[in-house]
Design a protein around this ligand. Structure first.
Ligand SMILES: *Cc1c(COP(=O)(O)O)cnc(C)c1O
Ligand SMILES: [Zn+2]
Length: 413
C-alpha cells in the first residue's frame, strides 16, 4: 500500500482522491498540475535511518515508502538510481569552493535523470493495467521511457522534435519505440502527445501533466541527503526546463525535513539557458512566467518555451530561499570541457549548464567558501556528441610516423 493521501491542485488548491483523476485537476484542466500528498505519520513508522542502513537495495526503490506506487514493478529490472555523488577534485577548488559535489545521474541506464521518473510511469501504467505509454520529449524523457518500456515489455509511443540530438534518436530507435519525429519544436510535440492520449487512451508520461513524475525525480534528492549522511547541503544547482526536476529536488528534501531526517531544505539554484529562460526570468523579476515562442539553446534538454511545471517550480525555488541564473551557450560548451578535463565526468549541455552556473556564481561572489554545494549532472555527454565536439580539446592529425609524434612533442604538444 502506498502512503498517498491525495492530489492537490497547484492552481485552485482543491484536493482529490487519487482515484478521481490520473493526471490534472478535473476543474482547472491542463493548467491544474497536481501535487502528491502523503501520510507522513505512516511513512515515519517504516522509513528510518536504521532501516535504510540495513537495506541492501542500492537503487531508487530503497525509498519505496516515499513513492506513490504500490510496489516496485516486478517487470522492471534495470538498475535505476543510487548514482555516485563525487566530491569535486579540481572544479570546486579552482573556484575557491572546497565543498562541491557532483551527483552523476548520467550513470542511469539510459544515461539521464529521467529514468527516475520513467520508472514511476512504468509502475503506474502497470497498476492501471495499461500496456502502451506515450511521452513527448526533447530527447531524454523519451529515450528513458523507451528503454524502460523495452525492459518491462510494454510499448512506448514517443513524440520528439525532429531536431533532437542524434544520440537520443539513436537510443529511441535501438529501444524499439514507436517514434514520431515531429516537424516542430518540443512544445508542439508535447501538445500532439496530449492529443494522442485523448484519442487513443495511451498512458501519458508527460512531465507535470502526470503528477507522479516529480515523485520519481525526487529520489535524486533523497540519495544526495543519504550520501551526505543526512547533513543536507546548503545549495543545490539544478538545470531547469519544464521545472519538474527542480520541484522533485525540493519535494525530496521537504519530505526528509517533514520526517525529521534533515534539518533544512537547501537553497535551490535554478539554471536556464539565455535563449530559453522563462522560469529564471520569473524568479529574478518576481513577475509571473511568460511563455517563449521560439526558444533556442544548444542545451536541448532545457529548451521548453512553455514550461509545464512553472507554477510549482517558481514556488519551490522561491520558498527554498534560492535563486536563478542564466548561462550562454558558449558558457555551457566551455563548462563541458571544464568539468570533463578536471573531473573525468562527461555531461551533456543541459547538465553542464549547472557547472557553468557554479562558475558564474563563484565569479560573482554569490557562493562562498563555506557553502556545501551539490551540482546535479542530469545527463551524459555521449548523448550529444555534436555539441561536445565544440569543446576545444588537445588534438592534432598526424601521419602514422613516430617522427611526427616526436616533432609534436618537441613543439610542446
Ligand atoms: C529533462 C532534463 C532537464 C530539465 O528537467 P525539467 O524537469 O524539464 O526541468 C535537465 N537536464 C537534463 C539532462 C534533462 O534531461
Ligand atoms: Zn484546480
Amino acid at each position: 500500500m502506498s502512503s498517498v493521501l491525495g492530489l492537490k491542485c497547484m492552481k485552485c488548491g482543491r484536493e482529490y482522491d487519487p482515484s478521481a483523476t490520473r493526471y490534472v485537476c478535473p476543474t482547472c484542466g491542463n493548467d491544474g498540475i497536481l501535487e502528491v500528498l502523503y501520510d507522513y505519520d505512516r511513512i515515519r513508522t517504516v522509513l528510518t535511518t536504521e532501516q535504510l542502513e540495513n537495506d541492501p537495495d542500492l537503487s531508487m526503490w530503497r525509498y519505496l515508502a516515499l513513492l506513490p506506487v504500490e510496489e516496485r514493478p516486478p517487470s522492471l529490472t534495470l538498475h535505476i538510481g543510487w548514482t555516485p555523488l563525487y566530491a569535486s577534485k579540481r572544479v570546486g577548488p579552482q573556484l575557491g569552493l572546497p565543498h562541491v559535489w557532483f551527483k552523476d545521474d548520467g550513470r542511469n541506464p539510459t544515461a539521464s535523470l529521467k529514468d527516475r521518473a520513467s520508472a514511476i510511469a512504468i509502475a503506474k501504467a502497470a497498476e492501471f493495467g495499461e500496456h502502451i505509454i506515450t511521452a513527448a520529449t526533447t530527447g531524454n524523457a523519451g529515450s528513458s521511457l523507451a528503454g524502460l518500456a523495452a525492459n518491462a515489455g510494454v510499448a512506448a509511443y514517443i513524440f520528439a522534435p525532429v531536431s533532437a540530438p542524434a544520440g537520443k534518436i539513436a537510443q529511441l530507435r535501438v529501444f524499439g519505440s514507436h517514434l514520431f519525429l515531429v516537424d516542430g519544436n518540443y512544445d508542439q510535440a508535447f501538445d500532439l502527445c496530449m492529443d494522442a492520449t485523448e484519442r487513443f487512451g495511451w498512458y501519458n508520461r508527460n512531465t507535470a501533466f502526470n503528477p507522479y513524475m516529480v515523485e520519481g525525480k525526487k529520489t535524486v534528492a533523497l540519495e544526495v541527503a543519504e550520501q551526505l549522511r543526512f547533513e543536507a547541503p546548503d545549495k543545490v544547482i539544478v538545470s531547469v526546463g519544464d521545472g519538474c526536476i527542480v520541484s522533485g529536488v525540493a519535494k525530496g528534501f521537504r519530505d526528509l525535513l517533514t520526517l525529521g531526517l534533515i534539518d533544512h531544505v537547501p537553497q535551490l539554484i535554478a539554471v536556464q539557458a539565455e535563449g530559453c529562460a522563462p522560469i529564471a526570468r520569473a524568479v529574478i523579476s518576481g513577475e509571473p512566467v511568460t511563455y517563449l515562442e521560439n526558444p533556442t539553446s544548444c542545451a536541448d534538454s532545457i529548451v521548453a518555451g512553455i514550461p509545464r511545471n512553472h507554477l510549482m517550480a517558481v514556488r519551490d525555488i522561491r520558498s527554498s530561499g534560492g535563486m536563478a541564473v542564466t548561462v550562454s551557450d558558449d558558457e555551457i560548451i566551455d563548462a563541458i570541457g571544464f568539468l570533463g578535463r578536471n573531473e573525468g565526468i562527461f555531461a551533456e549541455p543541459a547538465a553542464a549548464a549547472s557547472v557553468a552556473a557554479l562558475r558564474k556564481l563563484a565569479d560573482g561572489g554569490d557562493v562562498h567558501q563555506e557553502d556545501r554545494i551539490v551540482v546535479l549532472i542530469t545527463g551524459n555527454g555521449l548523448k550529444d556528441v555534436q555539441n561536445a565536439l565544440k569543446v576545444k580539446g588537445t588534438s592534432m592529425t598526424i601521419p602514422p610516423i613516430i617522427d611526427a609524434v616526436e616533432q609534436a612533442i618537441a613543439d610542446g604538444f
